[in-house]
Design a protein. Sequence first.
Length: 278
Amino acid sequence: MLPIALMMLEDDVRTELSTIIDAGKIIEVHPSVGVAQLKSRLTKSGAFAIIGAGPKKADFAREALLLRKHVLSDFPAGLTWSEVARLKQISASKGVLFYSPNLLRFEAGINELSQIVDRGASKLLSVTISCDLAGRGEQTQLLMKFAQIIDLVEWLVGSKCVDVRQEKSHRVGSATARVVLMSHQNDVKTLLNLRCGASRNSSLWIDCIFNDSIVHVDPKSQSVRLVSSSNASHSEVNWTVQPLSKAIGAFKMMMRHGSGESDFNSQRRLIQLTRELV
């Protein structure tokens, strides 16, 4: 199988990326390369992966699909549903794969949390997500991060979001803060605290309140901590496999079998919902 050309629009997984490149599985393409010049960078690649938020994200993906390259573009793949629908149409006409996964779903700690929720031993009451974004929180970055997190929460709690409300953003020093409250069909409430410009690196934490326990997930440090009110238990688990590696592994499996597709019906609703927030 030919290597995958990978373009990182943000630097959040730079350490993991260097490990993959050293293994000879990935050819990195710098985002400073223009869309028109992408063809020359993909001649020795069988597929193209583009990760992160950026205004030209859909343009790069479209060019790769037109070159008959399989494409992995993490969710959301575009700023509007029309952009994503166009990518889906081109992939079908060219007979190549277009895979758009939410990388947060591949986080080991979040998967552990999902299993705790699915077991149903305790009733999930609320979810709080705290997120720091590197940069100033421009519209492109906010749109894509909101869509990614709303998709994650719906998957995690197993219920659609039926109401989204946002508090007016306010500035604390050089940082801008936003607070979003989400209500789900199963009555679970989600609170999103999002700060832009407060840190050089993006980070995310999740706290789930159950009727008898609290679970804290820190994907960056790959840890899950559970505290139970009944027996005061505490646990921590650590992993080594990173989400980008898992997503690329799934992408390769799809290319081998020539099949696999994302849930684009759900993505359409989420992208449209997100645009109401920004």
